[in-house]
Ligand binder design. Structure first.
Ligand SMILES: Cc1cc2nc3c(=O)[nH]c(=O)nc-3n(C[C@H](O)[C@H](O)[C@H](O)COP(=O)(O)OP(=O)(O)OC[C@H]3O[C@@H](n4cnc5c(N)ncnc54)[C@H](O)[C@@H]3O)c2cc1C
Length: 319
């Protein structure tokens, strides 16, 4: 019996989510009294870094795949059977959400998406929990099938580093069949850290008054080395691209620092950002709900505060 975690990669490197998954799998294995094995599709240059999360074995599926998640899921299900996996963990990412239900179907497994806790065993029953109602409540799910499949919400737990051991990489005895869907081209934005992986985020909302004013947000982000984000209405009206929208219906983030300028802090916005380690809110309305969630609040006009913050940071960096 084992816990299997799906290791996501990008450009042959481990994605941040995979460290969380590896750590989660190892810790879940301790609770369930079983080992944890990573599973990776295709080449990955820095797999050995996963040992810092306690992972000691990865099964590698060679990929000549055309990118069809249906056939990739078939191969993962085969590996799961070969390793007698009783729990499979995917990231709650676009790839994880695409693979997980297919694998669950193949294995006749009960599944829960977007969990945020390690499993617990209560009266012999396997339980996991997840946030519901925009994070205002926690629901506990019991999965009773012999094999369980879950997706782990990003930034649900911070891996603590363990003594590194040696990583064993095993070539899987399965291959990925050609699928019926082919990825022809993938266009990625270069030069910025994707929001789910960003440690520093500068975000702004309708208080910016218009897209022409975003220069001050971009400048602050550049000085900090941060990724930019926005509230939903701002993306909806086309001031900013949709991939920057954070919140309940957007990207969920958990950076070390989240600076929010001109955002009211509606519950749907908070649902995607309230796991940030430190939240700084700049809003001229002292009644703005965001102040209740803030670690630091600046009640002032953002058009005054943001440029001054940027200048101070420039001076600080220069000194
Ligand atoms: C089903 C559903 C899902 C949703 N999902 C999301 C989601 O994922 N993400 C999301 O963000 N929203 C989401 N929303 C929308 C959400 O309810 C809010 O309407 C939205 O977050 C408000 O955006 P905002 O704070 O930018 O704008 P506003 O609510 O208009 O707030 C603007 C803020 O800027 C401040 N301000 C104005 N001028 C200045 C200034 N010069 N200096 C400083 N402060 C200033 C104001 O005091 C105000 O607090 C969702 C709504 C629904 C119904």
């Amino acid at each position: 019996m084992s816990v299997l975690v799906y290791i996501e990669t990008s450009n042959s490197k481990i994605r941040k989510v995979s460290y969380e998954l590896a750590y989660y799998g190892v810790q879940a294995g301790k609770t369930l009294d079983m080992g944890c094995v990573g599973i990776v599709v295709g080449d990955c240059e820095d797999l050995d870094k996963l040992t810092s999360c306690g992972l000691s074995k990865v099964v590698k599926i060679a990929s000549n795949s055309n990118g069809d998640n249906g056939t990739i899921a078939d191969a993962i299900a085969e590996v799961a059977k070969n390793h007698s996996a009783s729990l499979l963990v995917f990231g709650h990412s676009s790839i994880g959400k695409s693979l997980m239900p297919r694998v669950a179907f193949q294995l006749n497994a009960g599944s829960v998406t977007g969990i945020n806790s390690l499993p617990s065993i209560d009266s012999g029953q396997f339980q996991v929990s997840k946030g519901v109602f925009s994070g205002k409540a926690i629901a506990t799910y019991e999965i009773s099938t012999p094999i369980k499949v879950v997706t782990l919400m990003g930034n649900s737990l911070k891996p603590s580093l363990v003594d590194e051991s040696e990583l064993v990489i095993e070539e899987a005895a399965v291959s990925i069949a050609d699928g019926s869907v082919t990825i022809k081209e993938t266009k990625k934005e270069e030069g910025t850290v994707p929001l789910p992986e960003a440690e520093l985020v500068v975000s702004a909302g309708r208080g910016m008054k218009g897209p022409e004013n975003w220069g001050i947000i971009e400048e602050l982000a550049t000085v900090l080395g941060a990724t930019t984000a926005c509230s939903r209405p701002v993306a909806d009206i086309g001031w900013r691209p949709h991939h920057e929208h954070v919140g309940q219906t957007g990207v969920a983030i958990r950076p070390n620092l989240y600076i929010a300028a001109g955002i009211s802090g509606a519950i749907q916005h908070l649902a995607g950002v309230n796991n940030s380690k430190t939240i700084v809110v700049i809003n001229k309305d002292p009644e703005a709900p965001f102040f209740k969630a803030a670690d630091y609040g600046i009640c002032a006009d953002l058009f005054d505060v943001v440029p001054r913050l940027t200048e101070s940071l420039k001076k600080f960096k220069a000194s």
